[in-house]
Design a protein around this ligand. Structure first.
Ligand code: ADE
Length: 224
């Protein structure tokens, strides 16, 4: 899978993909993540990438040309399944969307800043607009990092135990059951006996019951 990120703040991506599972996926070449600085495609003397909005108003707007030139450059190298713009007014990101995107080969992510991008970018260059929640971030970078984290961990081979990605909370619209590790008794806080019983069928039954119970308590909206 190839993921290309277009941003004005490339440094924001130095850390999120440099650790743990995502780092391993990159090292195993299961995914290639490239960060592109939109400013490098500015044709202006001062390398500017934004300007005042036509009609007036507060804030700056990201210009269409540098974004278009950057995208053209990338599209010469590969055909994209989706060109995604991160925006608080996009489709709400969820697990089914992560599952769907994790099956794609080439994805482009455009991170907006300031007041957003010139509307012509959205009209002509973007194929999909995604929001990670009903709140406004300072830019699309953190949203892109969240989405990429959620989809890369689903690529087969990324997580050692593939079963573990499939048994996540939300994969079957249920919250995951509680998990414990050693010691079995800490300050009198005990691990449920069934988990120490060695009786696998009973353990699975208990886990399913706990999933249902927790979903009812914490996220009743998931129980249709
Ligand atoms: N950019 C700013 N806020 C955002 C959000 N909630 N989701 C995606 N992109 C954003």
């Amino acid at each position: 899978m190839n993921l290309d990120i277009l941003t004005l703040f490339p440094e924001m991506f130095e850390s999120p993909f440099g650790h743990s599972i995502i780092k391993r996926a990159v090292e195993k070449k299961l995914v290639q993540i490239e960060i592109h600085n939109i400013r490098n495609y500015s044709q202006s003397k001062h390398r500017s990438v934004d300007d005042y909005p036509f009609g007036g108003g507060a804030g700056m707007v990201m210009q269409v040309e540098p974004i278009d030139l950057c995208m053209q450059h990338l599209k010469e190298q590969r055909a994209y399944d989706e060109v995604i713009y991160l925006s608080p007014d996009g489709e709400l990101f969820d697990q089914p969307m992560a599952n769907q995107l994790s099956t794609k080969q080439n994805l482009m992510f455009l991170c907006g800043h300031y007041k957003g991008v010139d509307e012509r970018v959205r009209e002509h260059l973007v194929t999909r607009e995604i929001s990670i929640g009903n709140y406004v971030l300072t830019g699309g970078e953190l949203a892109a990092a969240v989405i990429i984290d959620a989809i890369v961990r689903l690529i087969p081979g990324t997580i050692g135990d593939e079963q573990s990605a499939l048994s996540d909370s939300f994969q079957d619209d249920l919250i995951s059951p509680p998990v414990y590790t050693r010691p079995a008794d800490y300050k009198g806080w005990k691990v449920p006996d069934v988990l120490l019983s060695g009786h696998q069928a009973k353990i699975e039954e208990w886990r399913h019951e706990q999933s249902l119970l927790r979903t009812g308590q914490k996220r009743p909206d998931l129980l249709k």
